[in-house]
Design a protein around this ligand. Structure first.
Ligand code: SF4
Length: 439
């Protein structure tokens, strides 16, 4: 019997990866095979990203390559939501859907490649098909966003916030843990808004009531016995509630909280909350409650109208806040974003110069902070084992975006092991450690 084979190209952010996993899971559940080559596939699904211009170009290239190599292509993802961009560049694609559209993608697949007859040939594990390594997994809790930050077009592509039912999220998390996952990375566009759209409705998990709300969800996830890491936490006041859970060891003492800027006028232009003094006071309070807390944030440099003095305020804030991890980007206009209409766009050379200054400052802060960890004992999770040793991460490091902990004598360890190390050395982003004990 010839089983229908689908090729899959997955681009974009972790949220897009989760969409890909849902589509792949449905494909396998219905008996399709997933093929690793264009030539061997009966059609190809390309999950695209449309966030910034370079991502649009990469997505259009990927569609072009799939068309050239295979010819039968279904496009999904953020770029698909951007009007006619895909069809104008590639009129021969079979279908185009937006992000978070598993049903529409499956409809298009059924139309162009009939369902295989025997859905029992390949049973799908309950945790679904995942694209991340076995020991960590992204857990998407909602889709869309109710904010309208002026530099962002995600709400126009993905719509307003829609929270997944808390029982479904918990069941998925449990299945992931049963399948061997040691770390759950909670993602969404706006994690702290979880449940706002359903008025924090009470759902059920394991027969017990559970509110659709970040704090309650974090506490329930913390009971599963694995690392739980919160990403994309918008700085609402109620974020303060999760800090005690971190101090009690229920979830990782790690907060990925994009502040974007420190100057109030720029924040207002961005339609973001907060001012730097309040934020600094909050950070101080968080650290008093949970001294181990790692803070990751992102900032936009050279936003339209940003003066040298306003940029300096951002540098002063960083100096004072001593954040552990910082991602910074020079502002770039995204088609359709309101900020494009603002006056006084900053010339690219000034933006780059400011970005360099910010990164240099942050590197010094990071180096200094990591140096203070030398001599300390910490638990790390092994990501990779080579002939030379093991590569791991501590609670302070999210996969792919933060630092690493290298263990020279770790060649006998296994991926997913949790071990204790004493830190022996550090540089700007990473640490080195010696094994203490294994658990
Ligand atoms: S909160 Fe995030 S996703 Fe929502 S509009 Fe702002 S930047 Fe975009």
């Amino acid at each position: 019997m010839n089983i229908a084979k689908v090729g899959f190209v997955s681009l974009g952010c972790p949220k897009a990866t989760v969409d890909s996993e849902h589509i792949l899971t449905r494909l396998r559940a219905e008996g399709y095979l997933i093929s690793a080559s264009y030539q061997d596939s009966d059609l190809v699904v390309v999950n695209t990203c449309g966030f910034i211009d370079s991502a649009v170009a990469e997505s259009l290239d990927a569609i072009g390559e799939a068309l050239a190599e295979n010819g039968r292509v279904i496009v999904t993802g953020c770029l698909g939501a951007k009007g006619d961009v895909v069809r104008e560049a590639h009129p021969k694609v079979l279908a185009v859907t937006g992000p978070h559209a598993t049903d529409e993608v499956m409809e298009a697949v059924h139309q162009h490649l009939p369902k295989p007859h025997d859905p029992y040939t390949d049973l799908v594990p309950p945790q679904g098909i995942r694209l991340t390594p076995r020991h960590y997994a992204y857990l998407k809790i909602s889709e869309g966003c109710n904010h309208r930050c002026t530099f962002c077009i995600i709400p126009s592509m993905r719509g307003d916030l829609v929270s997944r039912p808390v029982g479904d999220v918990m069941t998925e998390a449990e299945n992931l843990v049963k399948s061997g996952v040691k770390e759950l990375l909670v993602i969404s566009q706006d994690t702290s808004a979880y449940g706002v759209d359903v008025k924090y409705r009470t759902g059920f998990w394991g027969g017990k009531p559970l509110r659709t709300r970040m704090t309650e969800l974090a506490e329930a996830l913390g009971s599963l016995g694995v690392w739980v890491r919160l990403h994309y936490v918008y700085p609402y006041p109620h974020v303060d509630e999760v800090i005690p859970l971190m101090a009690d060891g229920k979830i990782l003492p790690y907060l990925d909280i994009p502040f974007q800027h420190a100057n109030q006028r720029i924040l207002k232009l961005m339609k973001r909350p907060g001012n730097s003094e309040n934020v600094l006071a909050r950070i101080r309070r968080w650290r008093e409650i949970c001294p181990e807390l790692t803070l990751r944030s992102t900032f936009i440099v050279g936003f339209p109208g940003e003066t040298e003095a306003e940029f300096q305020e951002l540098l002063d804030f960083l100096q004072e806040a001593e954040l552990d991890r910082v991602g910074a980007f020079a502002y770039s206009p995204v088609e359709g974003a309101l900020a494009n209409e603002l006056p006084d766009h900053i010339p690219p050379d000034v933006q780059e110069e400011r970005l360099d200054r910010l990164m240099l400052l942050q590197e010094k802060i990071s180096e200094e902070k990591l140096k203070r960890k030398v001599g300390k004992t910490m638990t790390v999770l092994v990501d990779e084992v080579t002939d030379e040793g093991a590569v791991a991460r501590s609670h302070a490091d999210a996969p792919e975006i933060d630092g690493l902990v290298f263990i020279d004598q770790g060649t006998h360890l296994k991926v997913g092991d949790r071990v204790e190390v004493v830190i022996t050395d550090s540089d700007t982003h990473d640490l080195w450690g010696d094994l203490v004990s294994e658990s």
